[in-house]
Design a protein around this ligand. Structure first.
Ligand code: S6P
Ligand code: ZN
Length: 187
């Protein structure tokens, strides 16, 4: 792939689109199997319309070594089994740092290194830093779409299986929801 030439990108009026724009990924509830604690609630949500949980709009910069791709994730507000809607979460197989910038709404950036979980509150204007080797998941803890820009090394890659196997250390639930197990964080 030849190197990308210098260029700029504009946000759309709602911050959810990029111009120019690359690929758009849509994650529905059925794509999140095994991630919510309440598997029955997850299955009911899949059967009941299989809603879109989040979308990821990418810049045209490819995920190849030395390039620096960007994307905007929009997580819609919702709860399944009392757990706030969230991204799948992943680790970068080639451990490298990543930067998030909050654009709209209220979210959390959950980081897990296999032993320790950290929670960063994300609001419009918050820069969240993901150090190399920390798995990361984003969660919408508000009532509006939560949106953020991510900037990451093109060679980092995405390992989703690690999160399925190890979890993320914490789960985010509304304070009034029933609690199960230890280590929950509430909002
Ligand atoms: C990529 C970056 C984000 C996520 C996006 C969706 O390194 O962290 O663009 O890909 O927020 O989350 P996930 O866990 O489904 O890739
Ligand atoms: Zn990442």
């Amino acid at each position: 792939t030849p190197p990308i030439q210098p260029f700029s990108i504009s946000f759309g009026a709602d911050n959810a689109t990029l111009e120019p724009q690359g690929q758009v990924l849509t994650r529905r509830m059925s794509d999140l199997e095994g991630l919510f604690a309440d598997g029955d609630a997850w299955a009911r949500a899949v059967a009941d319309g299989d809603p879109v949980v989040y979308t990821v709009v990418s810049s045209p910069v490819p995920e190849v070594p030395r390039e620096l791709p960007q994307s905007i994730t929009t997580i819609y507000p919702g709860e399944t089994g009392g757990e706030f809607w969230m991204t799948k979460g992943h680790q970068h197989p080639d451990p490298q740092g990543e930067i998030y910038l909050g654009l709209d709404g209220h979210g959390g950036l959950l980081l897990f290194d296999g032993e320790r979980a950290e929670w960063l509150e994300m609001r419009p204007g918050t820069i969240g830093y993901i150090p190399p080797s920390w798995a990361h998941r984003s969660i919408n803890v508000g009532d509006e779409p939560y949106r953020f820009l991510a900037v990451y090394p093109g060679s980092a890659g995405h390992d989703y299986g690690w999160v399925v196997a190890h979890g993320m250390g914490l789960r985010a639930r509304r304070a009034s929801a029933p609690r199960t197990g230890n280590g929950d964080t509430t909002h």
